[in-house]
Design a protein around this ligand. Structure first.
Ligand code: PXP
Length: 249
């Protein structure tokens, strides 16, 4: 399989840390989950160090940098504190996400268009440090063009609206969201951006997104960690990988 055809799977391990933190101890260990995901075929590990440290901790990031053989995709808000941490560790990739304290998860994409100047200055040192900078955005042409102007190399398209519509049985909306993702992936690729996608993906929703030829990487967490409760993490990752490969074939 040629490299451009291979769709990378980034496994997000945040919710192993959520379960650990429910009891405040050391178990289950997100680093162990990361290594199992890596051995099961993950092409990368994703972790989001939130401002409130509700799941992943600073020590987890340090540990991941030490133990991983695959690249770490460090998700972070565009704050000075997170920039300092990223510059200290210099992970392979940094994904800039919006963050609100009260949200359960990253609800929307980043408003790049409104904060173009600040974000351009914010990501420059990260790029200079050798981190591949990705911007997590809604499937919206304005945001894609702004992400391109600020010098991002990658955009990650938010698949949450598509997945929510599927889960709620709003199939017309789902198809509309998929059409939007399809069109925006093509526009972003045309601008020279590398296209990733993620949020809320499951076995039921992954295939049409995996089939988009411009998409190079999917980042998937919550569903896989949930499935791991029933199946174990290795079979859960294998099944996701199989569905991605099948969609890509
Ligand atoms: N991509 C980004 C940028 C995210 O913020 C998240 C959630 O942390 C994911 C992908 C993975 O989403 P999920 O956990 O719903 O699979």
């Amino acid at each position: 399989m040629s490299d451009s055809h291979h769709l990378r799977l980034g496994v997000n391990i945040d919710h192993v840390a959520t379960v650990r933190n429910a009891r405040g101890g050391a178990y289950p260990d997100p680093l162990r989950a990361a290594k199992i995901a890596e051995e099961a075929g993950a092409d990368g590990i994703t972790a989001h160090l939130r401002e409130d440290r509700r799941h992943i901790s600073d020590a987890d990031i340090e540990g991941l940098m030490d133990v991983l053989d695959v690249p770490l995709n460090f998700e972070m808000a565009a704050t000075d504190e997170m920039q300092r941490i990223a510059l200290r560790h210099k992970p392979h990739a940094v994904c800039i996400v919006p963050e609100k304290r009260e949200e359960k998860t990253t609800e929307g994409g980043l408003e790049v268009a409104r904060e173009e100047n600040r974000l351009a200055h914010f990501i420059a040192p990260l790029r200079d440090a050798g981190c591949r900078v990705s911007i997590f955005i809604a499937a919206d042409q304005r945001q894609i063009e702004a992400a391109n102007r600020i010098g991002a190399e990658v955009i990650e398209l938010h698949t949450g609206a598509y997945c929510d519509a599927h889960a709620e049985g709003r199939f017309d909306d789902r198809d509309e969201e998929l059409a939007r993702l399809t069109e925006m992936a093509s526009i972003a690729h045309g601008l020279g951006l590398e296209v990733h996608a993620g949020h809320g993906l499951t076995y039921e929703t992954v295939s049409p997104v995996a089939a988009l030829p411009e998409v190079r990487e999917l980042n998937i967490g919550h569903f896989l960690i949930g499935e791991a409760i029933f199946l174990g993490l290795t079979p859960a990752v294998h099944e996701m990988r199989r569905l991605m490969d099948e969609a890509r074939a």
